[in-house]
Design a binder for this molecule. Sequence first.
Ligand code: ADP
Length: 673
Amino acid sequence: MHRGSPAKEAHLQAGGELRGILDELPGLVWSARQDGSLELLSRRWGEYTGKADAELLGWAWAETDLFHPDDHARVLETWAAFRASGKEGRMEARLRRADGVYRWFQIQAGPVLDDHGGVVAWWGLNTDIDDQKQAQAQAAGEQRLLEMITRGEPTSAILAGVVYLVERGSSGLRASILLLDEDGLTLRHAAVVSLPRSYTVAIDGTPIGPSAFSCGTAVWRRELVVIADIENDPLGALFRANALAHGLRACWSLPMLSSDGRVLGAFGIYATEPRTPTKSDLDLLERCSRVTSIAIERSQSEEALRRSEAYRAEAERLSRTGTFGFDLLRRDFTMSDGICEIVGFPSKSRPTFAEIASRIHDDDRERVADVVRQALRDGGTFDYEHRLVMEDGSVKLVRVVGRSRVNAAGQHEIVGAATDITASRRAADELQRAQAALTHVSRVTTLGELAASIAHEVNQPLAAIIADANAALNWLATDPPNLERVRESLTAVIGDGERAGMVLLRIRSLLSRSPPRHRACCLNDVVRDVVPLVAPELARQGLVVQRVLSPDLPQVSGDPVQLQQVVLNLMLNAAEASKDMPPARRRVVIRTFVERRASGDFVHVAVEDAGVGLDPAIDKARLFHAFYTTKENGLGMGLSISRSIIERHGGKLWARPNEGFGATFAFAIGALP
Ligand code: ADP
């Protein structure tokens, strides 16, 4: 007895009811004799192959053109192996359909055995697995593309891969990917595989629009556009001749959108026959356009990253800055190229922390180590300057600011930036020198304006000396000479001479160009030294100078010559502001006093006039700007220089309108304890 199996039953009852069922089975059912020649075929064989049963029956497998040429040898080998083993088996191979298309089948075959286990015949079932195979290949292809994206392979290779996948997955269709140019108005091919260049070149750079063939219109409308027949559809007009010349009859385009809804470009698909896309065409397109969007977005964001990285590098170069990070636990030191440049290593050379530290100036090393130790111990920010010694022995000054903190992973890390301040420090030094020179020039100019006043100041004691000397002569000429009076006169001559000497000393020190030297000084003395220089000139203009000096003024740390210059400036300005006033308002009061504050004592000097006053329309800060002047021959430098002098003394200089007439210009400097 034969053992029960569908093939065996069918074999036995061919032509019966079972045969009808076999014919309905969704596959190609067959049986073969012991020698392998076909004995029975279900109805679907004829339908699939387009051959009559007679052509196939008795078919020896070796002589058929039904199998794909690439599979034929393997099929024969496997089939021979099944028969030799006498056991059931499976294989996969492509079988040719009536229209010439090969489809993948799973071929399953098994022996029909007699009572003694001998093979008397074979049953077989070929199942069409082509769709499944395609889907698998497609999924594997998409997977490969995603892997390419993750590996960061060039976008052009990924896009070509997508086009290839689409063309392979849809027999006979041709695909292209077009990207929107940066202007957002024109399209350009980014990937083609089988479309000829002579076709694509004519399309590149054409503007998108409401009737710009399939791709230009799809991007414009942000939706799928189908031109089922390029020959007739009005949408096909733009590239009709070109498309037809290349044998393209139908096309459809799907716009590709970024995750935030921007149109990136479009997928274009061409067919050589007039047709519309099937559901599976559209599914494939949809999936591929998703992969493409990912690839393009990724490349755009990488490009943006590259650009911002380039900007950062350029900004670092311009500002001579570099950034660094130090993960203490992992001993991992990272830095930007800027650090390499500052420390004098070739960029991208990645020197070690020890190599960088070796450039720190010997005298600064311990101090830097202290700052780092403290930052690590206490956390928080640090900001210090130190020197670096370059390979050629030159010295650079760097400023390092940073922060020590515990990161999200609970590890200590330091992040910071270093700036090469050698050039800016040199410039600042030069600026300071230039400012000192300017201050000096302004002083000399002011003194020049006071020449008459100074001459008067020196003249007075000289006149007194002459008068006293004459008097002495007269007392000598009396008989007997009144020696007591002569002594008095000569003593007066000495006093006058000393007075003249003092005046000249003050002028010499004002004219000297020695660098500012700070020492403890009394602002009352500063005022006392200046007033005699200006008062005669002011008196000549009908101006009264009044001094109200606090008797117990604490000392300040400062350079008396520079402070005299400030007082001189303020007094001359006050005089200038008062010169056209009626006599009652031609008065300058100069006061000194102490202000006691919790933070310490401040010594004030205020110069008060009843002159033109401050223009309320002018921001008071402007008065102190360099070159701001309302005077015909003014330079506009006096207040600006005065303010910078006072600020260098750690003080403040300001202006305020008086309640009655005129203005008060005052400064305050912290008193010495
Ligand atoms: P300059 O005296 O060469 O103009 P300054 O810097 O000393 O330069 O003064 C700038 C301007 O500030 C003056 O032109 C004037 O308009 C105003 N100013 C200075 N002092 C007084 C004052 N005591 N009263 C009114 N305006 C003043």
